[in-house]
Design a binder for this molecule. Structure first.
Ligand code: AOF
Ligand code: ZN
Length: 340
């Protein structure tokens, strides 16, 4: 029954901001139309959704488990990671049926959770509200299925289409509310990335200041290692990965990662971020970098702020090649979302 899965999906969202790089997972245990247990994955490294749901079952309801259905938003795991396998727990408690939204794309699990349950005689069903489940864990699915992080492109442009002043001179474009929203986005993704020119002309800190939340890893492209060492990006207050063509070396919190100049850079960079287990990246500019993600077709979301400011001249915003998803006002700015 979909209503139980909807509840499990709602519970899963309670883990947002605390479980990455793990997926958001919720679980509801239903007996004869009544919920007898509920749980969700609350924090990275801690108990999975299924265990929390089983633990919440009252002693007087425990005898009902063999006649109950577990609604889990993701295939129960089959491996020993930071936690023991959820499939084993469901088998031990002898639930009758397990219903899921999606198969786990993590190769450590990938189908083996369902196989374990099935072999133990538990009825298994998957694909319920599958689209909602995939949307919930878009970063996790993109990461494993495409072996690269989920890419969010973001910029702010003036009413006449510029993202910076003449010669790249930084100018204030979007308003205070938009600014705060960007800080919240920064706190929600694993990493933020900028190109060489933006690092040099804006000297950004790329941290989370205007809202509470954790700082992401910073990523910069600096092919010839020409950026000045006293830029905020290299202040060692949070990790920074500097992709370059010259060396691999780690100094304090700054990681120099070397790419091969004879191969296309973007695919190498994405493959390296995959190796480093970075599941999502917010790309904040400038135009060249944003454009290269769009041209390579390697992006998942685009968020554009348009302000009422008029500049007259400057660096033009990249050309959008995507499908419009939504439009909303943020203070005096307009925020438009696109998908590929
Ligand atoms: C589940 N239920 O609630 C979650 C699952 O290191 P571990 O033990 O925490 O395992 C992490 C992996 O387990 C993660 O990559 C994903 O494949 C799965 N997450 N599985 O059955 C849960 N969070
Ligand atoms: Zn598990």
């Amino acid at each position: 029954m979909e209503q139980f899965m909807r509840r499990a999906l709602e519970l899963a969202t309670l883990g947002r901001g605390h479980v990455s790089p793990n997926p958001l997972v919720g679980c509801v245990i239903e007996h004869d139309g009544r919920i007898i247990g509920e749980g969700w994955h609350q924090r990275y490294g801690e108990a999975h959704a299924e265990r929390n749901a089983i633990l919440s079952v009252k002693p007087e309801d425990e005898y009902r488990l063999p006649d109950s259905t577990a609604y889990v938003t993701l295939e129960p795991c089959s491996h020993y990671g930071k936690q023991p396998p959820c499939a084993d727990l469901l088998i031990e408690k002898r639930v009758k049926r397990v219903v899921c939204c999606n198969d786990d794309p993590n190769p450590l699990v990938g189908g083996q959770g369902f196989a374990k349950l099935h072999n133990a005689g538990i009825l298994v069903e998957t694909g319920m509200l599958a689209n909602v489940g995939r949307e919930l864990n878009a970063r996790f699915f993109t990461f494993f299925e495409q072996q690269r992080p989920y890419i969010i492109l973001k910029w702010a442009e003036t009413a006449d289409g510029f993202i910076a002043g003449a010669g790249g001179k930084p100018v204030k474009i979007s308003g205070e509310l938009s600014h705060r929203l960007v800080h919240r986005w920064r706190s929600e993704e694993d990493a933020i990335m900028v190109g060489t020119n933006t690092a040099r002309t804006d000297n950004p800190r790329l941290n989370v200041r205007l809202v509470p939340g954790r700082n992401p890893t910073r990523i910069v492209i600096d092919k010839q290692l020409q950026l000045a060492a006293d830029l905020n990006l290299f202040d060692n207050t949070q990790p920074t990965i500097a992709y370059n063509l010259l060396k691999s070396e780690t100094v304090d919190q700054t990681i120099y990662a070397q790419l091969d100049p004879d191969k296309p850079l973007l695919p190498q960079l994405l493959a390296d971020l995959y190796e480093r287990r970075i599941q999502s990246v917010l790309v904040e500019g400038g135009t060249t970098l944003l454009q290269s993600f769009m041209e390579a077709g390697r992006w998942d979301e685009l968020r554009v702020f348009r302000s009422q400011t008029v500049l007259g001249e400057g660096i033009p915003a990249p050309r959008v090649r995507g499908t419009l998803v939504s439009r909303q006002r943020v203070g005096n700015d307009e925020l438009t979302l696109y998908k590929p």
